[in-house]
Structures are given as structure tokens and as C-alpha cells.
Write a protein that binds this ligand. Structure first.
Ligand code: NAD
Length: 291
């Protein structure tokens, strides 16, 4: 690493809190080295109240860009000079490109989801998708699926602080993409959930259910909702195989874990920063379990 850092090396980074567990620095720095690109990527623990200062620093240091993780994703929006269509709809950014002082905000989580499916030969266009969740990951998935031509999106969220946002987003997406039918329901309505899954091509969990410490739970209470041919995806990537995916696999579904979405959202951000393709296969082999 030290051999390739020089006076011309440009800085990229990740902000959020905590960031110590992030695999992004390893993934990006490996890719820069592999492609001979003159960048270095570092993680910075930045609390929500310091996001404005981080944006100022990005300009001062001439940084090429920043990834943004929780809890800074919505806070950073107000500092952007321009937003991608998905970032505007969602009101959050996870990738900022600094074009000579002009900050452009993107959200690549939804692209990561869609491109991970595409990598497995699945296109969301024309599909009916049922999504559990109304938070950051879920909204990004819903918006990108609608932008990429999904036929119908049914959203389930529990009646917590995210529920009103879920209803609002459903309405917003419907307005933006009138050709896509978007409806939202209460996650507690198990019968409705089964009915919607029966009629869907793809089911996605994008809640925190399945992630530690909720790793003994699944948003689908009744596994008889699963059938061979149904594609079941989890945004959760820790653990790699959630209870949802285990039960769906037993029922003969095609199962896709959250790790691939994580990889592909990084691939999209890498392209935005460098204009080049991340060496996906090498990165996958080195840093990810999904091959
Ligand atoms: P968030 O805090 O924005 O949203 C949390 C969601 O979980 C909301 O819909 C909330 O209603 C729901 N929820 C919380 N507790 C619940 C419970 N007990 N029962 C049912 N629903 C419950 O979180 P987020 O950033 O959207 O992250 C959600 C998951 O997606 C996390 O596991 C995160 O690690 C993962 N994620 C994965 C990727 C990826 O690239 N694979 C990207 C972003 C997030």
C-alpha cells in the first residue's frame, strides 16, 4: 500500500458511526491497487451533527467522494448540489461524488439489489415484488425496482415509526411511476402477506428481522407461503443465511442473500468515482462468501 501512495494520490472515504466494522476500505483499496488507480479509501467515524463539517472537508481536501452510512445518509442530503432521481425520491444518499467542488448525491443500494439479481439472470422488469420493510434499504429497493420497470410492488411494514413513511413512499413511487402498482400493508396481516406472496415473482426482506439479535426470527411466519420458483431475497447480510432463506431454500425457492447486494452497491459507487469497473470477480472471491 505505502508504495503506491504519492503526492498525487486522491482521497475517498466512508462516513458514518460506527464504521470500524466496514469492509469497504479493504474492498476499494484492493480494487485501486489491482487497476493501478491513484486513490486511497479511508473510513471516518462521523456523527450526524458533524456531517456538514465533513462535506466542507471533502471540498477542502479535494476528495473525489464519500460513501455515507448510518446515521448520516439522510443528513447529508441537504448539502448536495445535485441528487440522482433515486436519491431525490428516497431523501437519502450513500455515495457522494465531488466534481470540482460540486457535490452530487446518489443512492446505490437499490442498484446493488437489482444488479445482483441481474448477475444471476433475473430481471425485475415486468415482475411483481413483495417487500417487507419501509426503512432505508427497503425504500431503495422499492424505488429502483419501480424505476427499472417492475409491474407491481406490495410493501409490508409493522406499525412502528416507519409505517407512515412506508405509506408516503408508496404514494410517491406510484406518482413517479404510474405504470407500477404500489400498495402498502401492515406486516401483522399474515393472511394478506401470504396472498401477495402467492401472486409474486420475488419476495424480499429488507427489515432488520433475521439480523442479530433477531436471527431466530423471520418476517414470513408461515413457510407454506414459499413455493418452488419463487425468488426469495434478504437484504440482511449478517448472518449470510437467515432463517427466512433457510426456510425458503427448504421449500425449493431460489434464494439470494444480502451479501451480493452489498457487493453490487459498491460496484455502482466505484464506477461513479472512477469511471471504471470494479474487478468484481476478484473482489467477490477475496472478500465475499457468495461466488
Ligand atoms: P432501517 O433502520 O432504515 O429500517 C428498519 C426496518 O426494519 C423498518 O422497516 C422497521 O419497521 C423494520 N423493523 C425493525 N424492527 C422490526 C421487527 N421487530 N419486526 C419487523 N420489522 C422490524 O434499517 P435499514 O438500513 O433499512 O437496514 C435493514 C437491513 O438491511 C439491515 O439488516 C441492514 O444491515 C440491511 N442492509 C443491507 C444492505 C445490503 O447492501 N445488503 C444495504 C443496506 C441495509
Amino acid at each position: 500500500m505505502e508504495n503506491r501512495i504519492s503526492g498525487t494520490t486522491r482521497l475517498l472515504g466512508l462516513i458514518g458511526s460506527p464504521v470500524g466494522h466496514s469492509g469497504s476500505p479493504a474492498m476499494y483499496n484492493y480494487s485501486f491497487q489491482k487497476l493501478g488507480l491513484d486513490y486511497v479509501y479511508v473510513a471516518f467515524d462521523v456523527k450526524k451533527e458533524a456531517v456538514g463539517k465533513a462535506m466542507e472537508a471533502m471540498r477542502t481536501f479535494g476528495m473525489r467522494g464519500m460513501n455515507v452510512t448510518m446515521p448520516d445518509k439522510t443528513e447529508a442530503v441537504q448539502y448536495m448540489d445535485e441528487l440522482s432521481p433515486a436519491a431525490r425520491l428516497i431523501g437519502a444518499v450513500n455515495t457522494i461524488v465531488n466534481d470540482d467542488g460540486k457535490l452530487i448525491g446518489y443512492i446505490t443500494d437499490g442498484e446493488g439489489f437489482v444488479n445482483n439479481l441481474r448477475d444471476r439472470g433475473i430481471d425485475v422488469a415486468g415482475k411483481k415484488i413483495t417487500v417487507a420493510g419501509g426503512g432505508g434499504a427497503a425504500t431503495a429497493i422499492q424505488v429502483q425496482c419501480a424505476l427499472d420497470g417492475a409491474r407491481e410492488i406490495s410493501i409490508f411494514n409493522r406499525k412502528d415509526a416507519f409505517f407512515s413513511r412506508t405509506l408516503e413512499m408508496a404514494e410517491k413511487i406510484q406518482k413517479e411511476k404510474p405504470g407500477c402498482i404500489v400498495r402498502a400493508f401492515d406486516l401483522a396481516d399474515d393472511a394478506k402477506m401470504k396472498e401477495e406472496i402467492d401472486d409474486s415473482d420475488i419476495f424480499v426482506n429488507a427489515t432488520i428481522v433475521g439480523m442479530k439479535p433477531l436471527d431466530d426470527q423471520s418476517v414470513v411466519k408461515d413457510p407454506s407461503a414459499f413455493r418452488p420458483g419463487l425468488i426469495v431475497c434478504d437484504a440482511v447480510y449478517n448472518p449470510k443465511e437467515t432463517k427466512l432463506l433457510r426456510e425458503a431454500k427448504q421449500a425449493g425457492c431460489t434464494c439470494i442473500s444480502g451479501e451480493g447486494m452489498l457487493l453490487w452497491q459498491g460496484v455502482s459507487a466505484f464506477k461513479l468515482y472512477t469511471g471504471q469497473d470494479m474487478p468484481v470477480q476478484e473482489v467477490r472471491e477475496k472478500f465475499f462468501a457468495v461466488q
